[in-house]
Design a protein around this ligand. Structure first.
Ligand SMILES: O=C(CO)COP(=O)(O)O
Ligand SMILES: O=C[C@H](O)COP(=O)(O)O
Ligand SMILES: [Zn+2]
Ligand SMILES: [Zn+2]
Length: 309
C-alpha cells in the first residue's frame, strides 16, 4: 500500500479514536511499531524528528520505511516530520517523499507563526502533503502556577480558530498541560479538558494533536531502575486522560518517551542478567519485542485504533 494521508485517517477517527504517532530512530524501533500495527490491524503514523534525521541519516530511515510499506501492505501508514523548525527542513522532507509535516512555530510570536506555517502549507498542499501546526507552548506547568502563567502557555481557543483559518493547516497541536519527556508533572497530573472542549467546539471536526502524550509507564521505569537506571520522579499523562482526549477531538497522539523507556529497560535487563552476552541481536531483539508490546498496548487499550486499518 502506498502511504496514506493522515487527513484520511483523522476523518475516520474523529471523536471516536486516535492514531498513534510513534517516533522512529532505527530499524528495531520501526520494526517493533510495524509489527504492532500489523497484529492490531491499526493505522499508524511514523514520525521522524530533526534529531532522528541527524542520527540515522534521512535516507536510511526512508529506505527502512519503504521496506515497512512492502512488509505491511494492508496497513495504512503515514510518514510525518515531527517538530519541523524551518521552511527549508519541511521542504527537504516533502521533496524526499514524506506525506505529512509538522511546522512548529509555537515559540514564535503569533504573526510570525502564522506566516511561517502558511509558507509551509503553500508548499505542501499542491504536493499532496498535509501540515500540522502548533499553537501554545509545551512546557511543564506545575500545580501551583498562577492562572496568568497558564494562559500564557496554553492554547487560546480564539487564537486557535484564527490560526487555522489564516494558515490553512490540516491539524493543530495544542497545549493543554502535557510536555515532552519523562518528567511531566510535579504534583497531581492535570490536563485542561475544558480548554480542549472549547477548542474542539470552535473548530468542529477539525483534527487536534496531543504532543507529550507518553504515560511514563511505571513498570518500565521500575524495570529500568532495577537494572541500573536512575530515573527518579518521572511521571507521565495517565492513560485514562489520553483515552478521554481521543474522544474529544484529539486525533493524533505523539509517543516517544514510552518507547525509549521500553527499549532501554529491556536492553538493561538483558545486559544485567546475561553479562556473558555480547551479540547485539541478543539485546536489540528483545528491545524490539518490547517496542511491539508497548505499541500494541497503546493501540488497543489507550488510543482505540486497533482493528481500524
Ligand atoms: O510529543 C512527542 C513527540 O513529538 C513525544 O512526547 P513524549 O515525550 O511524551 O513521548
Ligand atoms: O518531541 C520530541 C520527540 O520526543 C523527539 O525527540 P528528539 O528531538 O530527541 O528526537
Ligand atoms: Zn512545540
Ligand atoms: Zn512533540
Amino acid at each position: 500500500m502506498p502511504l496514506v494521508s493522515p487527513k484520511e485517517m483523522f476523518k475516520k477517527a474523529y471523536g471516536k479514536y486516535a492514531i498513534g504517532a510513534f517516533n522512529v530512530n532505527n530499524m528495531e524501533i520501526l520494526q517493533g511499531v510495524i509489527e504492532a500495527a500489523k497484529e492490531e490491524r491499526a493505522p499508524v503514523i511514523l514520525q521522524i524528528s530533526a534529531g532522528a534525521r541527524k542520527y540515522a541519516k534521512q535516507i536510511y530511515l526512508i529506505k527502512l520505511i519503504e521496506a515497512a510499506l512492502e512488509d505491511a501492505p494492508d496497513i495504512p501508514i503515514a510518514v510525518h516530520l515531527d517538530h519541523g523548525d524551518s521552511f527549508e527542513l519541511c521542504k527537504a522532507v516533502i521533496d524526499a517523499g514524506f506525506n505529512s509535516v509538522m511546522i512548529d512555530g509555537s515559540h514564535l510570536p503569533f504573526e510570525e507563526n502564522v506566516k511561517l506555517t502558511r509558507q509551509v502549507v503553500e508548499y505542501a498542499h499542491p504536493r499532496g502533503v498535509v501540515v500540522e501546526g502548533e499553537l501554545g507552548r509545551l512546557v511543564g506547568v506545575e500545580e501551583h502556577v498562577v492562572v496568568d502563567e497558564r494562559e500564557a502557555v496554553f492554547t487560546d481557543p480564539d487564537k486557535a480558530v484564527e490560526f487555522v483559518e489564516r494558515t490553512g493547516v490540516d491539524s493543530l497541536a495544542i497545549s493543554i498541560g502535557t510536555s515532552h519527556g519523562a518528567y511531566k508533572f510535579k504534583g497531581e497530573p492535570r490536563l485542561d479538558f475544558e480548554r480542549l472542549q472549547e477548542i474542539a467546539k470552535r473548530l468542529p471536526g477539525f483534527p487536534l494533536v496531543l504532543h507529550g502524550a507518553s504515560s511514563v509507564l511505571q513498570d518500565l521505569v521500575e524495570k529500568a531502575n532495577k537494572y541500573g537506571a536512575k530515573i527518579v520522579g518521572a511521571q507521565g499523562v495517565p492513560e485514562e486522560m489520553i483515552r478521554k482526549a481521543t474522544i474529544m477531538g484529539i486525533c493524533k497522539v505523539n509517543i516517544d518517551t514510552d518507547l525509549r523507556l521500553a527499549f532501554t529497560a529491556t536492553i538493561r535487563e538483558v545486559l544485567a542478567t546475561k553479562p556473558e552476552e555480547f551479540d547485539p541481536r541478543k539485546y536489540l531483539g528483545p528491545a524490539r519485542e518490547a517496542i511491539k508490546e508497548v505499541v500494541k498496548h497503546k493501540m488497543r487499550n489507550v488510543l482505540g485504533c486497533s482493528g481500524q486499518a
